[in-house]
Design a protein around this ligand. Structure first.
Ligand code: AMP
Ligand code: ZN
Length: 141
């Protein structure tokens, strides 16, 4: 597969070796490296080598490869850094907090009291509200 690339994309530049990174591993479809602004020690990224911005446009087999790379990194994080837990996080679009529009999965080691906002409180929702959204979603599948 020819990998799409975008000239002014920071992750495309890392893939091309034009800017440095703390590389953890790479294979044909993916690369993994340390996040340059970690939210916790050990925060790493599993990144598609090709430039696909978001989950809806990346080929399924490339997404699977990125997930496999994220799993490899998560296993190493768990074995070597022994965190309290690990979150995998993947953002799509600025409304979801995506700052680099080149698909990647965050591997985030968790520590007690780190106050990251993943551990949300569920809100009370009527079953009818869930059902209404369920109908709309099913229509798109
Ligand atoms: P997101 O906000 O989900 O798009 O995540 C993008 C991540 O890329 C952020 O956590 C940044 O700290 C990280 N990042 C940006 N530039 C670099 C870089 N040159 N090397 C490593 N990580 C980077
Ligand atoms: Zn890119």
């Amino acid at each position: 597969m020819t990998l799409p690339a975008v000239a002014d994309c920071v992750f495309c530049k890392i893939v091309a070796g034009q800017i440095p990174c703390f590389k953890l591993l790479e294979d044909d479809a993916t690369i993994a490296f340390m996040d340059i602004n970690p939210v916790n020690p050990g925060h790493a990224l599993a990144v598609a080598k090709g430039h696909w911005p978001t989950v809806d446009v990346i080929p399924a087999e490339v997404l699977a490869a990125v997930a496999t790379t994220a799993q490899r990194i998560a296993k190493a994080v768990m074995a070597k850094l022994r965190p309290d837990g690990v979150n995998l996080m993947q953002a799509n679009g600025p409304g979801a907090g995506q700052s680099v529009p080149h698909l990647h999965i965050h591997i985030i080691p968790r520590r007690p009291g780190d106050d990251l906002l993943f551990n949300w409180q569920p809100r009370a929702v009527e079953r009818a509200e869930i059902e209404a959204v369920w109908h709309r979603l099913k229509a798109g599948l």
